[in-house]
Each structure stands twice: as C-alpha cells, then as structure tokens.
Design a binder for this molecule. Structure first.
Ligand code: SF4
Ligand code: SF4
Length: 390
C-alpha cells in the first residue's frame, strides 16, 4: 500500500483528521459527523488498514464503512502522514484487483459505468464531439448530461466563450473518474483513452473540464493527456487565463465595479435630501470550494479573483479553501446514500446562510446538484455568475 506502513501503528488518535485547523476546530470529516463511530474517521481507516494488513479483517468487511467516505481528503492533514483517504482508495483498488466484491450500491454504479458508459444506468452515450474543430474542447460530463440542475456550469461557460469569441467544441460523455474513485483504474484508463482519442480526432489542444473530480482524475491520475500534448484545465483556470490575457472582459472591467441589482431587488432609494440615485450595493456571494479542486489540486484563488473581477462581493464561509466542508456528493455517495449526502449539504447551506450572501456558488456541477437538493439558498456555478457580467 502507498500509505507509510508505520502510520498504521502510530496513530495517537489526536482527531486532527476530523476537525479544521486551530483555533476553530470545526467538524471537517462528513463521514464521522454523520455516523459518529471511530470506524468512520481517518483514525478508524488506519485501524481498518492495519487489521487488513495483519490478516485480522477481510477486505469485503473492511469496505463496508469505507463506502461512506466521500474522499473529501480532509483527513489527509493527518500529522503522521497517514493519508487515510489514500488508504481508502488503495483498499478499493486492492478489492478490484483481487475480485473482492464492493458493497452492492457501489457495485451497481460501477456495473452501470462499464455497461452504459455512465454510472446512472441511462442509455449509452456516444463519444461524438459537436462543433467545428477547435483548440478548446469542453467536457460536458455525465453529471451535466443527466442532472438538469447541473446545466449551469456548461451554459455559463458556453456564454463566456461566446463573449470572448473563442471557438470551441463540446464533448458529452462520462470520463470515468468515479471508476477511479471506486478503485477500478482499468475502466477509468479505458474511458480516459477514448476521451483523449475523441479530443484528438477533433484537433483539440485543450480540454476544459467543469467538474472538479473529473478535472483532478484527468489531470493528475493519468499521464495520457500530458504525454499527448493535450492540456487539461478546469473551467475556472481557463476563464481566468482568458481574463488575464484581456480576451474576456466583464462589464465591471470597463464601467467600474459596483453595478447590478441585488438578486432581483431594486436599488435602494437615495436618502432624503440627496440628489441622484445611490449606487447599487454589489451582490454578495459566497464560494464553496469543491474538495477535488481545492484539496486535490490546490485551485482556490482563480474562482475568487474572477468573482471579484466580475463585480461580486465575496463573503467567506468559516470553512473555506483547504479547510472546506464537503458538499456530501463525492465518491458516489450522492447516489449510494442520498440521505447522508443531503445532511452534509444541509450543513453547508446553513454555513452559507450565516454569511448573509444572496447566492452560494461553486465550481463543480456535482456540488451544485447536492447543494441544490438541500435547498434554502440559491445555488449557482461560478460560470453562471460570471456569464451574467459579460
Ligand atoms: S489518523 Fe492521523 S489525524 Fe487522525 S487521529 Fe490518527 S494521527 Fe491523528
Ligand atoms: S476523505 Fe473525507 S469523508 Fe473520507 S475519512 Fe477522510 S475526511 Fe472523512
């Protein structure tokens, strides 16, 4: 296993894998928060790994609590280098390699993916790229294709690229990142290979990915794209680059920030005795860092800088950047345990409401689906909000 074996024996149960950094010490492991057992925490994962390594625990049995792990990576701040989330993946990979059955709900997702090309069991998708050959190819992943509430990122991106006059093509398919998360690296590599070939057939040089988990898997877990000279960028990185190069302008770049209604409200009237209208307050938004983007890839500032540049006022939730609180959807949990995913998302909505922001935005369609299901606050993708300002 890739986790240092010593960590399996030296965990002092300091619990740093379950809380944010000092001084706040707020909950950070959704699995531990929901189930409350040590087995459902980073420390428990190391103990499970030890039991498995010593032959005291069968892999099939070990995989049961691990099925609740969203792979949010919060526990990887473990001070002894235990990397519990990596251990979860290692054990899932081991199960796949040795033919040990996954828990049934995860097995269904994998079987669907192998059979239909998406985890939801919907009819098989084609790998066709739509649009004329272009350097930039947008990946509309399976979440975007199968959940109408997740369309915002793709639609916003479409409008932004139109405004920047960047020719682009669109490819709608599942990249197989979920297979990688569930330990089936072969299926992931097959999907990634097919995806790369489809991009190359179309002359694409850059693959733009709105989904955080897909972006991480395609840019970090396979060398195919790098070796083929195809750049993989998250949508926020690509739009940030266009804005930096001056190819994409927001209204606030030319008329000054501060304009725009506050979520449909009228601008406040000028106080008595003053002439002219009062400037509209900037719309306040709060940004939810997707786990795989912030912790998995270290991308935290591009979305924030873009929102500010487009004239929004960013108000931060207490748990932000690497100290984020997961949306609850990761690693297939949105499908395998929707009630638990919902509880996790509700806690995020509660935190977002505490900021007073009018809108909660994120940079991953899967986060948006999970957070929208929790309700209680308008949820949008960063791309949608930016597209309102071009
Ligand atoms: S897994 Fe790491 S962070 Fe968690 S209790 Fe053990 S040593 Fe502490
Ligand atoms: S990856 Fe996230 S859900 Fe899984 S054990 Fe670590 S902190 Fe908990």
């Amino acid at each position: 296993m890739k986790v240092p074996e010593a960590a399996l024996y030296t965990c002092p149960k300091c619990r740093q894998c379950t809380v944010t950094a000092e001084p706040r010490y707020e909950p950070i492991c959704p699995m531990y928060e929901e189930f409350g057992f040590t087995t459902h925490s980073g420390a428990g994962i190391l103990k499970i790994g030890r039991g498995f390594a010593e032959g005291d625990l069968g892999l099939e049995e070990a995989l049961v609590p691990l099925a609740k792990c969203t792979l949010c990576r919060a526990c990887d701040r473990c001070p002894i280098g235990g990397h519990p989330s990596r251990l979860v993946q290692e054990m899932r990979r081991e199960a796949h390699r040795t033919g040990v059955p996954m828990p049934p709900e995860q097995r269904t997702l994998l079987e669907n993916l192998r059979r239909s090309g998406n985890p939801y069991g919907a009819p098989a998708e084609t790998m066709e790229v739509t649009g004329a050959p272009a350097d930039a190819v947008l990946l509309g992943g399976c979440v975007t294709a199968h959940f109408p509430e997740a369309r915002g990122a793709a639609d916003g991106l479409d409008r932004l690229l139109g405004a920047a006059r960047v020719p682009f093509a669109t490819l709608s398919l599942c990249c197989g990142a979920l297979a990688w998360q569930l330990g089936d690296t072969e299926t992931f590599e097959e999907r990634a290979d097919a995806l790369l070939k489809a991009v190359q057939r179309h002359g694409g040089k850059t693959l733009v990915v709105p989904q955080a988990h897909c972006y991480r898997a395609l840019s970090r877990e396979t060398r195919r794209f790098k070796d083929a000279g195809v750049e993989v960028l998250h949508s926020t990185q690509y739009i940030f680059r266009l804005h930096q190069e001056g190819r994409l302008k927001f209204r606030s770049d030319t008329v000054g920030v501060g304009g725009g209604p506050v979520d449909g409200q009228c601008s406040p009237a000028a106080p008595r005795g003053q002439h002219g209208s009062a400037p509209s307050p900037r719309r306040q938004v709060t940004y939810h860092d997707p786990c795989e983007l912030a912790r998995g890839c270290g991308v935290t500032e591009e979305p924030r800088q873009l929102l500010e540049a487009a004239g929004y006022t960013l108000v931060e939730m207490p748990r932000n950047r690497e100290d984020l609180w997961c949306c609850g959807a990761g690693s297939g949990v949105l499908q395998t345990d929707p009630g638990y995913a919902l509880h996790t998302a509700e806690k995020r909505i509660q935190e977002a409401r505490g900021t007073g922001a009018a809108t909660l935005c994120s940079a991953c369609p899967q986060c948006e689906v999970s957070l929208q299901r929790a309700g209680g606050l308008p949820v949008a993708d960063v791309m949608e909000l930016l597209a309102e300002r071009v």
